[in-house]
Design a protein around this ligand. Structure first.
Ligand code: ZN
Length: 105
């Protein structure tokens, strides 16, 4: 499985924890199973809702973002309201410093 940095898009070797180009934490290096639904700090576009959902469920973040925008346009803002609800309801990712990983990562 190809691994890419969520911030700059650089291709990374499998198992990489940090991007060799921009230095951001590569969250997808962690196993997808058991991953908590959080809004990541690195790589977010607006509030990190799409990125958080994509990482938590193993989806493609670009696809989630496109579907969200298309959904906003064609549901009369219903998806936008859901996005705002998720923004409020999904907790922000705790600060991660290199060398101090949370348990299970
Ligand atoms: Zn990067």
């Amino acid at each position: 499985m190809a691994l890419y940095c969520h911030r700059c898009g650089t291709a990374l070797p499998s198992g990489a924890r940090f991007c060799s180009n921009c230095g951001s934490v590569v969250a997808s290096a962690a196993p997808a199973q058991g991953r908590h639904l959080v809004r990541p700090r690195a790589g977010r576009q607006i509030a990190g809702v799409c990125l958080g959902l994509a990482q938590a469920y193993g989806w493609d973040v670009a696809l989630v973002r496109v579907l969200t925008v298309v959904g906003c346009l064609f549901t009369g803002g219903l998806v936008g309201v859901a996005y705002l609800a998720a923004w409020v309801g999904i907790p922000e990712e705790p600060l991660v410093t290199p060398g101090a990983y949370p348990p299970g990562v």
